[in-house]
Design a protein around this ligand. Sequence first.
Ligand SMILES: Cc1ncc(COP(=O)(O)O)c(C=O)c1O
Length: 396
Amino acid sequence: MNPDLQYLHPYPFAKLAQLKQGLTPPTELGHISLSIGEPQHPVPLFVLESLIAHLHQLSSYPSTKGYTALREIIQQWLCHRFNIESALLDVDKNIIPVSGTREALFALAQCAIDRTASSPTVMLPNPFYQIYEGAAILAGAKPHYLNCVAEDDFIPNLDLISDQQWLDCQLIYICTPGNPTGAVMSENYLQKLIGLAQKFDFIIASDECYSEIYFDESNPPPGLLGAASAMGLHDFHNCLVLHSLSKRSNLPGLRSGFVAGDADILEQFHLYRTYHGCALPPATQSASIAAWTDEAHVIENRQLYRDKFDIVLKMLSATLAPVRPDAGFFLWAKTQINDSDFAAQLYRQKNITVLPGQYLSRQVDGINPGENYIRLALVAPLDECRDAANRINQFL
Ligand SMILES: Cc1ncc(COP(=O)(O)O)c(C=O)c1O
């Protein structure tokens, strides 16, 4: 077996299941899960209809590159959303559909890392989406965790990284808006990182799967490709973005997203993926075309989250007092006691599951940025979120 498998950490939800084992919550209270970031708003009906209408396409093998029509609609969406001139993104060279960003985030490191280098390193935020770490480990690279703390607005402090560390870095994962903190990187910040990626020659993989869940309709979060094009980096050298329909369109089960950016890297990634074998099923591609074409359902979706944040933030203001994130659907809330004790007691007393912050982070330089934080995913319907906030208030 691959010896690197032993270095993989247990997944946060495996740890959570262990934490809850042996605890008996009150049966009169129905269970409320705020732990998993799985959207629960309704699947857009027109996407479902498109999926069903195209099931007959199962009789043919899909290509790794996906339908041209899918890449075309993705190209249009990207250019419109991030203010990129359409001639800069070639439908054939700059975009590959992927079977959800999780799969692509993982595969990218396997494709991109040169494990024969003297100190192959993958940088990633801390706390983080655990796939980044596992991808680095199985690609034979050393994870370099970048603490995201409140004093830095939960964004990695680039000034703390030495030239040698940048030289060793082959790939950096960033997540904007962040999971779990909801922090959004500014265009200036992204451009500073892009400058470093040009100077020290590393790849930026910008996980932007929460980019469409934000509060101010007139101020959507910026993205890496938009930032690159605004600074005149028209070939997007060393820049990749990953987007998903999972959160934007409430379609986590569809398994559909895309990676876009640097054509040279994507050519190699395409080669890798012909072996990796994660082409999107034809009906999934047709349904994805429908989903990327429509914005009305995304605007509605944002409104549902906005309503929940407004109510829950107000209800918890005198107790847990969480801060409104820049974007996304998580609350990253500070706890007065140890985060796993908080989660265990809240489950035992109020039958609510939240994720302890330390399950999403590692101790680095004497700091564990997840310590005494919990992550609350406001994915359940409004009434359930309100009920959860009530119970948390009673608990506190
Ligand atoms: C930060 C982040 N990236 C990527 C994903 C994966 O999303 P998907 O594979 O559904 O596109 C998730 C899912 O929860 C996530 O939180």
